[in-house]
Design a protein around this ligand. Structure first.
Ligand code: AKG
Ligand code: FE2
Length: 319
């Protein structure tokens, strides 16, 4: 396994409305090359908002297993709680983690109950999703403009309050590995690309392990090289990466690259690792096709279904 030093661009959002053009250039450059970049000095969500969301997440994961299983993962909706059940086609082993996936419009359907997480949990989580959406919209507007599309091209396809929404907030908890020995191909999260448009990832200072492997030319490619680069972790900053849906929608101009979270080595922090991901996925009824028509048109629903199908097909090939 080789490590290569690369710069993960760090882009400040200070006075972002006055610096729109400058930020647009920086985002476009980062998205065309490495597909990963870090946003900092944003007003919203603030560092306090992010820290509060981590506390809410820890509150949920601290519940007894039975309480967490009251909102089980529903594959068809890609929502709910799962533990050690996500098997990546790249590894054939289950990720060493548990997660809760939430969709804004399903707050009364598959979200933790007030009796378990307390009165304010849902409202605060909902407000955090709104803040994530607001920031995502700013980034998606700039990508649309940089690609020469109308400003609202992507944002009007991501309406989280609609019944057709697919955007998901995923709370992630990677287990403490102290004293544990893993034989074989085990990962906190095996190598994969995201299949959404844009992922906002919140990490905490010291919770290392995320690594990226740039170089993908087409969103349909499954191969990746062995040249990885660590992505720094800092509480309050926001790591953004491009997913397959946006790579396709930009005719492969913006790059969705492989990334993974490796298990800590004995001389690293082996404690619990918490992260939060906000996956922007276009509404089910939106048609996805870039202006060059490099790929046939598909709806948001078909895109996600196909991504899931491919992942499971590969899994069968591995097995
Ligand atoms: O937790 C992380 O650092 C990355 C998670 C991730 O890549 C994912 O859930 O898709
Ligand atoms: Fe990912």
């Amino acid at each position: 396994m080789t490590y290569v030093e690369r710069t993960i661009p760090k882009i400040s959002l200070k006075n972002k409305d006055q610096r729109r053009e400058e930020i647009k250039d920086q985002l476009f450059y980062a998205a065309k090359n490495i597909g990963f970049f870090t946003l900092c000095e944003q007003d919203c969500p603030s560092r306090d908002d992010i820290e509060e969301m981590f506390q809410l997440s820890q509150k949920f994961f601290g519940l007894p297993h039975d309480a967490k299983m009251k909102t089980p993962h529903i594959k068809l909706l890609n929502s709910g709680f799962e533990s050690c059940s996500q098997i990546r086609p790249s590894t054939g082993t289950a990720d060493q983690k548990e997660s809760l996936q939430l969709q804004y419009h399903r707050i009364n359907q598959n979200w933790p109950a007030e009796e378990d997480v307390g009165r304010e949990w849902r409202e605060k989580t909902k407000a955090f999703m709104e803040k994530c959406q607001q920031l995502s919209n700013f980034v998606m507007e700039l990508f649309a403009e940089a690609l020469g599309y109308p400003t609202d091209f992507f944002t009007k396809a991501h309406i989280i309050s609609s019944d057709t929404a697919q955007t998901t907030l995923r709370l992630l908890h990677y287990f403490d590995t102290s004293g544990r020995k893993f034989d074989g191909n085990f990962w906190r999260a095996g190598p994969h690309t995201d299949f959404d448009c844009l992922t906002l990832l919140f990490q905490r200072t010291g919770d290392h392990g995320l690594e990226v492997c740039p170089g993908r030319e087409a969103h349909t490619d499954f191969g990746y090289s062995d040249k990885w680069t660590p992505v720094p972790s800092k509480t309050g900053d926001i790591v953004i990466n491009i997913g397959d849906m946006l790579m396709s929608w930009s005719d492969d101009i913006l790059k969705s690259n492989f990334h993974r979270v490796r298990l800590p080595t004995p001389d690293e922090n082996q404690g619990d690792r918490y992260t939060i991901a906000f996956f922007n996925q276009a509404n089910t009824d939106v048609v996805i096709q870039g202006p060059l028509k490099k790929y046939p048109p598909v709806t948001g629903k078909e895109f996600i279904e196909e991504a899931m199908r491919k992942n499971f097909e590969r899994l069968q090939n591995v097995a």
